[in-house]
Design a protein around this ligand. Structure first.
Ligand code: SAM
Ligand code: SF4
Length: 330
């Protein structure tokens, strides 16, 4: 494939963003993300190698993808992450690369992170309370995440704090989270709890984005003003609001109550190289043989099929074992 391609799906949407999971393993066990018993790990031999991911990212760039987000599981638990990211920076310099992490290992790798060219780091942090943090992550330590955030806060890398809102667990913490984020120049994003996993999903725990906006309006010092798309960069599934008096921005991700499918610009690749056309689709396409043989033409065919499979609106399918977010990559 010499010429640049445009990845446009059957509904006219341009795909220019890929989420790539580098591992299905994680050092946390978040209640909403995986069952208590854990999930069966993919054997190491089936995990896409860094060389294969490099080839994939290079191909994706030539195919019009401009941003790749590396996720997991927890990307920092995969050995060699930092050298791999350096190689992406070197070999595909114009690809924007970003990370989604639970933040637990940020302090350990802070100096190495500083040397990378990262377009952003999203940190999942659902509560600022030690005990609740340990409970939701099944054993994680809040202090390690907070120290990690402080360690990288002045690197100039845009940081987002992603919070999955769960009724009765963290919905009363929104004012504290707004303060925490504002004091560190972090963008807070509140995410609707998604019913991907039958074992942990409970309707009563779900809070819609409409309710969040209502909650914001009721805060003494918050008047949320919806930002127009062009003001609410970066584009994506979040709707952005600004506080009228302070201009602090907040993102609300409503994957459940109001689909952002119309403007969906993404594809997902899991850690065994399965290309998932839509977060909510159960079918995926195997990239691994094409990656192993470095076959660009075959990749093009598979991506074309995936684009044709992208539904206009993603509909939650019946649950199966591979529906845990830790395996999909979020
Ligand atoms: N370990 C990393 C982290 O926690 O950020 C990256 C992978 S994690 C699967 C990616 C994102 O998926 C996290 O922000 C997490 O909160 C989100 N997530 C997991 N299960 C979810 C669910 N049921 N509903 C909404 N978001 C979920
Ligand atoms: Fe691990 Fe992230 Fe899932 Fe929590 S949300 S269990 S940190 S993959």
């Amino acid at each position: 494939m010499g010429e640049r391609l445009n990845l446009i799906d059957a509904h006219g949407r341009t795909v220019n963003y890929a989420r790539i999971s580098l591992t299905d393993r994680c050092n946390y066990r978040c209640l909403y993300c995986m069952p208590e018993r854990g999930v069966e790990s993919i054997p190491h031999s089936q995990i896409i190698s860094y060389e294969e991911v490099l080839f994939l990212v290079g191909w994706m760039f030539r195919a019009g993808i401009r941003k790749a987000r590396f996720t997991g599981g927890e990307p920092f638990v995969r050995k060699g992450l930092i050298p791999f990211l350096h190689r992406v920076n070197e070999t595909v310099p114009d690809m924007k690369i970003a990370l989604t992490t639970n933040g637990s290992l940020l302090k350990k790798y802070a100096e190495e992170i500083r040397a990378l060219r990262l377009a952003g780091i999203n940190i999942s942090l659902d509560t600022l309370n030690d005990e609740k943090f340990s409970m939701i992550t099944r054993g994680g330590m809040l202090s390690e995440v907070l120290l990690g955030i402080d360690a990288i806060a002045d690197f100039g890398i845009p940081i987002k704090m992603n919070v999955v809102l769960i009724r009765g667990f963290n919905d009363e913490e929104i004012p504290d989270m707004l303060d925490y984020a504002s004091n560190r120049g972090i963008l807070l994003r509140l995410i609707e709890f998604m019913p991907l996993d039958n074992e942990v999903w409970a309707k009563g725990r779900y809070i819609s984005s409409f309710e969040v906006v209502e909650k914001l309006s009721k805060l003494a010092d918050w008047t949320p003003v919806a930002l127009k798309n062009e003001d609410s960069s970066p584009i994506g599934p979040a709707k952005y609001y600004a506080n009228e008096s302070t201009a602090q921005r907040i993102g609300i991700i409503s994957a459940v109550s109001s689909h952002y499918c119309e403007s969906c610009n993404r594809l997902r690749v899991n850690s065994s190289g399965m290309l998932r056309p839509c977060l909510f689709s159960n079918s995926s396409l195997d990239l691994r043989p094409a990656l192993i043989s470095r076959n660009s033409e075959e990749l093009f065919k598979i991506f074309t099929s995936a684009l044709n499979m992208k539904p206009k609106i993603g509909v939650k399918q019946s649950m199966d074992e591979s529906r845990h977010m830790v395996q999909i990559g979020g």
